[in-house]
Design a protein around this ligand. Sequence first.
Ligand code: AMP
Ligand code: MG
Length: 672
Amino acid sequence: MEKLALKAAILIISDTAFQDPSTDKSAQILTDAFSKEGGDQWSISDRTIVPDDVIAVQREICRLSDGDDAVNLLITTGGTGFAVKDNTPEAVHPLLHRHAPGLVHGMLAASLEVTSFAMMSRPVAGVRNKTLIVTLPGSPKGAKENLLAILKLLPHACQQAAGGDSRALHAGGIRKLERDAGVTNKQPSQHAHHHHQHDHVHSHGGHVIPKAHTRPEDRPVSNDPQAGPSNRHRKSPYPIHSVNSALNLIYKNTPPPEASVVAVNTDLVGHTLAEDVTAGEAVPAFRASIVDGYAVIVSADAPSTPGVFSVASVSHAAAGEIPELQRGEVARITTGAPLPPGANAVIMVEDTLVKSTTADGKDETMVEILTGAVKPNENLREVGSDVNKGDVVLRRGEEITSVGGELGLLASVGVSRVSAYRKPIVGVLSTGDEIVSHDREEPLRLGEVRDSNRLTLMAAVRGWGYTAVDLGIAKDRSGSLEEHLRSALRSIDVIITSGGVSMGELDLLKPTIERAIGGTIHFGRVAMKPGKPTTFATVAHKPLSGDRNSARDRLIFSLPGNPASALVTANLFVLPTLQKMSGKPAPWGLPRMKVVLREDVRCDKDRAEYHRVGLKAGDDGRVWASTTGGQRSSKVSSLKGAQGLLCLPAKDGMIARGETIDALLMGSLQGL
Ligand code: AMP
Ligand code: MG
């Protein structure tokens, strides 16, 4: 398109500048903008200053836009705000023959990128006769920004307004117009829900219309760290989930538990059985005496015979051969010792007397039985009377607890290996340039924060009965995070990170998971307090060939950095996942119970809150909850001495002291 010579006028509308023209900076700044950015097309033919007076403004507008000498473009500055004396729009509006809301929109959109105060501007734009009129704000900076936002398109607009042939103008399509004007075509933004495109945009002339091969929902929604802070999202693109919906997403994406055969020993504590266990042997495995006394032979019709008998043998609780008992003999026996073959009852020592001893007087040779009432099977335990061989002693889904009962049972029935679910291995990683190890000796420098989360989270994981691996501290750099995560993914089932999930430009967890390690983020926000930015992702793990690890998804929980948030969300989301992965039957998570409030507590009107409380069992049989104090999510001390989390619903108002509500039990209960 050939360059046009266009005439522009600048009308300064300002009481102050009218009184003292030296106070006006806008006219010069705008003139400079036209000459620097206007592509040598503009001559400024008129610069006039008028007060904030509707009649004065309208008089100038008519002068500049009516008649043969009219300018192509009339720019006004000032009087577009909300102040009482701001009435430029009111002056200009009635004089416009045709309105140009697109230009208004363009200017506002550009200013809104800079400041929300752009909303306080009321620009108008339109055509009077053949003159395009645009009102700019009064501040020189704002005026220039607005002008630059539309300047490249103005020649085209002015030319058409002046009656240029629009068919000829559009001959090359919108792309040519854009090229001629020096503006770039705007790519529809990733997050815009509707893409309004001008009809001209589609060029069908034999060109293949570009087609994306991924669906929008499959593309990363995290920030591109390369794009710099000004391009980061200003609102999280992740939909907000309720706690329950977040838990469902976790459960849906948690790999099923894996069974393996393991030895029965104390390492089995905390594991869940993957198969029913049957007794390999009977308990007891032999007929055993339950008293100290004398094994005898009695028959059902003839109970024990009182009288004097010779002591034929001795049976202690020890392994070995015992000679068969004959009628007329007794055998001395101790508690738990096997009965000699042939014997079928035991007379307790209290019902006997010693009649004769060996020469040294140490051993008995004859005893007298004093009772005639002992019947067959009296004072003994039959083979298998506790557990029969082949009985199911423990069922699939039952847990081996540290109370010891299950281990003892397995041991007693001769089971030395069982099929149990593997417990996931958990890694704990802290993130942040400011985070330093808790035990670093030097004092903190300005901005440094001691790493409390790693210690707290590892302790919690171990307390739940899982192996916690220390993954150290990663820097707020994509490379550092990627390296830490990649190496952890090789051997660790569940990675817990803390920090770096908020909206700051250094919050790189989400982008690193999505863009660098190819993970899938299932949720990135939860409607809860504390813990809103809690993020859950899975990463497909492909084991190297020959690796015994199976291909199962790795889980990543990226918890917020604030210490209270990190621990609360770990209890709420990580614990139940670990339980599910290790084959425990539902319900998973912290046990829920009813507690009575010792003081009033205020709820958050938008988010369910988990309020840290101490719990004590009262002598009224109820459990009483008292707050641990300020609940700010950064407050480390709100967790000291917290045995529970009150489940406060999202509502406007208080829950009064004395009321009963749900709490999750984190520690153990204390007595009053
Ligand atoms: P971020 O989510 O990374 O913005 O962190 C939120 C807040 O938690 C910041 O004040 C961090 O300094 C703090 N923070 C992050 N990680 C830790 C940690 N491992 N130990 C203690 N405080 C932390
Ligand atoms: Mg951080």
